[in-house]
Design a protein around this ligand. Structure first.
Ligand SMILES: O=C(O)CCC(=O)C(=O)O
Ligand SMILES: [Fe+2]
Length: 775
């Protein structure tokens, strides 16, 4: 089977389930000789077939107006139901073998498996005289086992009185006979009615048909089961074709078969599956069992991205030229999802978000991304109704796209032999607990083998939600498994910035157990994402750096390898921080730079405090070096670091002194003369335009410049002024060709310098008070 075509088994399975969904028939008919049944009614005696007018009159004498149910009530209303009901206790029916045989044939035609049996339970005997009827209704299921109704029409001369049965838009009509018994059985969800009798009398017996045998077992004998099981075996035995290559990978780890009805997380349960889902699930459960697989119910989040367009959109409207000052029009449409024309499906992503825990039987949150090779469905997702959608105008990568989000229930199936790995991928926290429990119970070899089975996907563990808790569990399991290699495998996917002070004792324990070299290698792996080119100073590491002192304190067990680990963590943190910040300290201070550097104060303070506490002199030396970098940016960083530290503290002394000196030097500079309008342009560009701009800006008296300049030139000059946040207003006078760029120096030039002096004075006073810096 290893060389089957990938994906074929999945498609076949979906086709088979498509065919299975509809029972062979929803109502079935049999005609029997009048000898198939004999009856006696107390007060009338044995009935003779066809039922004569005289016996009909006698029956009517015993009858009472038939009731019908509506909600909780039982009512009589001749507008709804006009028929006589003969009290059941007066009625004796004897059914022959022929009757039983007919019923078994009907069972089969209704699509119920052979090991199941339909047991008729007499519900009522009814007499419809000329003109009587029963309007359309659905029978209530009076018994949990009731699946259908059987109507037996006794032989009698009559016209009209047809039994009309509807199901899924189809209508069937059955009529009674004068000389034979007719049987009609129909599923309980069929609507049906009795048309008015136009002549004679119609006499019927109605039965509840009870299904014996488990409804899940009901699928056991189904002819499709063995083929479905074969599809599963092939699916789990056929290597997938890897995307973007023609190489074969491993066979799929699981199969998720998407169901057709909607379910809420709360409403998801085997016993409440709707319509065709119930039939298909019952079949797949039996097939999974036969193929030695495990199966559970899950909820999937699906996102489809379609290449789409809006038929109403005027094409020029999107791409028309616009002047540089005009705001860029947002391309997102607001029209209804169904107004767009779908072209190609670009991408689908399917994630399982919840499932019924295979062991607990309770709904659990999980997060498992499925590959296309792991998903099958009979109804394509595009035929369902999305719960949300979003249209995006031209973005560069594709043309216009329409994203749609759906929620679908799914049956998730995996080979029992891979049960641990398969479940671990969906809920890694469960897996880690399980490993710990196994190891603690003395089943070390088994636990290690189970842990090794995670290797192929465990690298993704660092992306699961709830990292702090998960890392805590991984640290525990890594210790219990008592195997240095497996421990690294379990821990490697996490990142250093996931480590919180709460993890300290566990890490200290691991370092003591597996040794300094081991923990060093792990820390190296954990900072993979910190190296240049990975990502900038994202939010999490910044906050994490603030808490470094607490983490180091938690790690520092006297003279143990974990104190070394703490030092190493501080080293790595400083290298990352300095690598990111150092090169950015050069250049003018804009408001954007200032707020970025201000936010870096607390993280920088975290590193210095931790380094001071651990006595990491190299880090401290380096930090002070960085803070002494020339320019306003380094000063802002140094000041905000001191502000974060709050008051005089070990490790920060040099920094405070250095800041104070810098401020004093700045305040010693003469103030700007009130008529000096000279502004420096940062030297970043040496083009001709910037030369003109620079000359104008430097000029101590000139305040305004009228500059005829074409669009591209104007845009460049705007850019320079805005980027450096210069106190210069720029406007375009739209007259003549080219337009004229009008530049005007503003009063902000003086105001800013005044504010800067004030800030310096305040900072100096604070440094003198809090840090005891002598001035
Ligand atoms: O008399 C019949 O044919 C059907 C009666 C019926 O629908 C009922 O009793 O619910
Ligand atoms: Fe009925």
């Amino acid at each position: 089977m290893g060389d089957s075509v990938p994906g074929m088994a999945r498609e076949r399975l979906a086709e088979l389930l498509d065919a299975s969904a509809e029972p062979a028939a929803s109502s079935v008919y049999r005609k029997l000789p009048k000898t198939a049944l004999s009856m006696k009614v107390d007060g009338v005696g044995p009935l003779r077939f066809p039922v004569s007018d005289e016996q009909a009159v006698q029956l009517r004498g015993l009858g009472r107006r038939a009731r019908f149910g509506r909600g909780e009530q039982t009512l009589t209303d001749p507008e709804v139901r006009d028929t006589w009901e003969i009290p059941k206790k007066l009625v004796r029916v004897k059914r022959t073998e022929a009757f039983a045989t007919a019923l078994d044939g009907m069972r089969q035609e209704l699509g119920l498996p052979p090991h199941c049996e339909l047991t008729p339970e007499l519900h009522s005997m009814l007499l419809y005289e000329t003109g009587q009827f029963f309007v359309a209704h659905q029978d209530s299921e009076k018994d949990d086992a009731m699946v259908a109704t059987l109507v037996v029409t006794l032989p009698s001369a009559h016209t009209g009185g047809e039994l009309v049965i509807e199901h899924q838009g189809q209508t069937k009509k059955y009529r009674g006979l004068k000389t034979a018994v007719s049987l009609v059985a129909f599923y309980a969800d069929c609507r049906h009615q009795v048309l008015p009798v136009t002549a004679g009398n119609r006499v019927t017996l109605t039965y509840n048909l009870l299904l014996a045998g488990d409804s899940q077992d009901a699928a056991a004998g189904h002819p499709l089961v063995s083929e479905l099981a074969a599809c599963l075996l092939t699916h789990f035995d056929t290597p997938v074709v890897l995307p973007y290559s023609h190489r074969r990978g491993d066979p799929p780890a699981r199969l998720a078969y998407l169901l057709d009805h909607e379910y809420t997380a709360r409403g998801l349960s085997w016993s409440r599956l709707k319509g065709s889902d119930a039939t298909r699930s019952a079949l797949l459960r039996v097939a999974a069992e036969r193929a030695d697989c495990e199966i559970t119910l899950a909820l999937a989040e699906i996102q489809e991205t379609w290449d789409a367009y809006d038929p109403d959109e005027d094409e020029d409207g999107w791409y028309g030229e616009y002047e540089d000052e005009d705001p860029d029009d947002e391309g997102s449409g607001s029209a209804d999802d169904r107004d767009y024309v779908l072209q190609d499906l670009i991408e689908t992503s399917t994630t399982l978000a919840h499932w019924i825990g295979p062991e607990t039987g309770r709904l659990e949150d999980i997060s498992l991304d499925l590959s296309d090779a792991e998903v099958a469905s009979t109804t394509p997702t595009a035929d369902m109704t999305p719960y949300s959608s979003e249209y995006e105008g031209y973005m560069g990568n594709y043309g216009n796209t329409l994203d749609r989000w759906y929620r679908r229930a799914a049956l998730v199936i995996w080979p029992r032999s891979q049960g641990f790995a398969s479940r671990a991928e969906a809920s890694p926290g469960w897996a880690l607990d399980e490993l710990k429990t196994m190891a603690r119970a003395g089943k070390s070899a088994q636990a290690r083998e189970a842990a090794r089975s995670l290797e192929s996907f465990w690298h993704a563990a660092g992306r699961y939600p709830g990292q702090t808790e998960l890392l805590g569990k991984a640290l525990e399991a890594a210790r219990e498994l008592n195997d240095a290699q497996i421990a690294v495998m379990l821990l490697r996917p996490f990142a250093l910035e996931r480590l919180s002070p709460g993890h300290g004792p566990a890490v200290a324990g691991l370092a003591a157990h597996y040794g300094g070299t081991w923990i060093d290698a792990l820390l190296h792996d954990w900072t993979e994402g910190w190296r240049p080119g990975s990502y900038g100073l994202a939010k999490t590491p910044l906050e994490w750096l603030e808490n470094l002192p607490q983490l180091c304190a938690a790690l520092s067990v006297e003279g143990s390898p974990s104190t070394e680990a703490a030092r190493r963590i501080v080293d790595l943190s400083w290298t990352m921080f300095a690598g990111q910040v150092g090169p950015a300290l050069d250049g003018p201070l804009t408001s954007r730079q200032a707020s970025w550097l201000t936010a870096l104060g607390a993280p920088c303070c975290g590193i210095i405090a931790a380094a001071a506490w651990l006595g990491s002199t190299d880090v401290l030396k380096d930090a002070h070096q960085l803070a002494r970098t020339a320019g306003d940016r380094a000063h802002v960083l140094a000041m905000s670091t001191l502000r974060a530290a709050g008051t005089r503290r070990a490790g920060f002394g040099d920094l405070a002194v250095n800041c104070a000196e810098r401020i004093q030097a700045s305040l010693a500079q003469p103030q700007r003369a009130p008529d000096n309008w000279s502004i420096a342009l940062p030297t970043e560009c040496e083009c001709e335009l910037c030369e003109v701009l620079g000359t104008f800006l430097r000029h101590p008296e000139r305040r305004a410049l009228d500059w005829p300049l074409a669009k591209d030139g104007r845009r460049h000059v705007h850019g320079r002024i805005d980027d450096a946040e210069l106190p210069v207003r720029h406007e375009t006078r739209r007259q003549g060709r080219p337009y004229t760029l009008v530049l005007t120096k503003t009063e902000a030039l003086f105001e800013r310098e005044r504010l800067a002096r004030e800030r310096h004075e305040a900072d100096l006073a604070w440094l003198t008070n809090e840090w005891k810096v002598s001035t």
